[in-house]
Each structure stands twice: as structure tokens, then as C-alpha cells.
Design a protein around this ligand. Sequence first.
Ligand SMILES: Nc1ncnc2c1ncn2[C@@H]1O[C@H](COP(=O)(O)OP(=O)(O)OP(=O)(O)O)[C@@H](O)[C@H]1O
Ligand SMILES: [Mg+2]
Length: 285
Amino acid sequence: MRVRVENVRFHYRLGEPVLKGVTLDFEGEATAIIGQNGAGKSTLVRLINGLLKPVSGEVRVGDWNTGDFSVARLARRVGLVFQNPNDQVFKSVVRDEVMFGPKNLGMSGDTALASSREALADVGLEGAMDANPYDLSLAERKLVSIASVVAMNTDVVIFDEPTIAQDYAGVQRIGTLIEKLKARGKLIIAITHDMDFVAEIFPRAVVLRRGEVIIDGSTREVFSRPDLLRDSFVEPPHATQLGQALGLSETVLSVDEAVKGIKGHRSRLGGLAGSDTAHDQQFFQ
Ligand SMILES: Nc1ncnc2c1ncn2[C@@H]1O[C@H](COP(=O)(O)OP(=O)(O)OP(=O)(O)O)[C@@H](O)[C@H]1O
Ligand SMILES: [Mg+2]
């Protein structure tokens, strides 16, 4: 499924523009949307799932113009995990919460249950079916809200800050789940402040600044522009920063790539790998 955002303008209050003519085309590639607080990221994804309608311009999900469809209809195509799970979770039993969306889309009880079980297992909460979501931690509640959306099996799945409040295991689990959804051909869009997560999972990144797209490209291209990122208060992934600090010519996105880059750099300096010469020390100063 393709999502097209065409010259979209939006404000909550007249005279205070939040999106100032945003054009983006999403098709195939999983995309990360990044940028400072208040840039308009959550607003953009609420326009894609139809909770908000553009003031001008249009948003198309497949052949549907969101202006012509209710949020309930659009939910057949677009699932959105809210930034704050407390705005999303409303049932008092996890099972009912996760099955609500699938049932609403018309899945039979059995299919909805199977889909909900699988989604809860994907987020590591298979044992929480009978829990009250409000007895869970905020991080677990976020995982419940992720499972609720994934269980709906929509073609487009949008995550607003999926890894917020998660520990390392939670982040890994969410990464694995997104990879699984990608492999199933879902269109994935995620807003995140976690740049290591962007580098690991998303081939494309879009940077929003004060309601405008300032960079849209492969994640490697985007992270190779520290000047533009600095203006948006975005710090590249740790491995990328290391590579840049060491003066590697290529932009690296992972520790493995950084290590390869360093080895290559050292061998170009004269086969110094593993040695402790003046050259070596100079390189690491
Ligand atoms: N419901 C609302 N009513 C009025 N103004 C709003 C509303 N929601 C967001 N805003 C304002 O719109 C602007 C963009 O907000 P948005 O939530 O889209 O930013 P964001 O990029 O998601 O930020 P964050 O990284 O903090 O989540 C901000 O100035 C915000 O205060
Ligand atoms: Mg937001």
C-alpha cells in the first residue's frame, strides 16, 4: 500500500501553522520520522490515520483520500500506535483491549483471538491476557498498545515512539516485530528519538523541523549530514558519531561498520592493525 502526503498544511489554532506544506511519498521502505519536540511528527501521523484532516493539500492511503473517509473506515488500512499508551488503552482487560480492533474490523472471534495471541507473544506479553492494563507498567502498557494495533493486521502500521520507556529487551523485541512486519510486506512508518534504533531498522529517514521536511533520504545519507541534523537537534547514532569523530570517510551506521571502517583506515595508513606505533596512537588521539 502506498501513502501519499501532498502539500499538506495543518494548524490546531488559526495563525499557528504546525505543518507548512509537507509532501512525502511512502511506499515499500520502512521510514523513520525524526526531529525535535514539537516539529509536527505526531500531527503528521494523525493526518495519515485520518484523526486529523488537512487544512489544505491531501493525504491518500492507497486510492482513498482521507478527507472522504472516517477514522473507523481508515482503520481497515492504517493502524496507529499512539505516542502515549494512556490515550489509547481503554479496556480493563488486556485480552479485550487487544481483540477490540480486530473484532471491529470484522474478524471472527477465533481469528481475532489467534491474531491477538500472536501479537501479544511478539511483544513478550503472552502471559498478560487476563491482566488489567492499568496494573501493568507504562512500558508494558505501551507494548499492549503495540499488540492491539499489530493484531489488526492492517497494510500500513505506524508507530509513534515505539521504544519509549522500554529497556534493552523491549527495544530488541520491538525491532524484531518491525522486521517481521516488513517481511510480511507491511508499510511501516515510525516516529522515534532513538537514532541507534533508526540506524538498525529503517532504511529511510525523514527529518521534520518546525513543520517542514528538511531531509528525506536513505538513513545513511541523512546521518551523513551532521550540519543539518544539528539544526534539528538530532544527534546521529553513537556508531555514526564515533566514525565521524575518527574521520572515517564513509558514514557508518553500526558498531560492526565502524570497526570495519577503522580497520580499513588503519591498513591504509600502513598495515598497522594490532600494532602500537606512533601512527596508531596519533589515529586514536
Ligand atoms: N491537540 C493539540 N492542540 C493544540 N496544539 C497542539 C495539539 N497537539 C499538538 N499541538 C502543537 O502542535 C505542535 C506540533 O506538535 P506534535 O505533537 O505534532 O509534535 P511532535 O513532533 O510529535 O513532538 P514530540 O517529539 O514532542 O512528540 C506543537 O507546537 C504542539 O504544541
Ligand atoms: Mg509526538
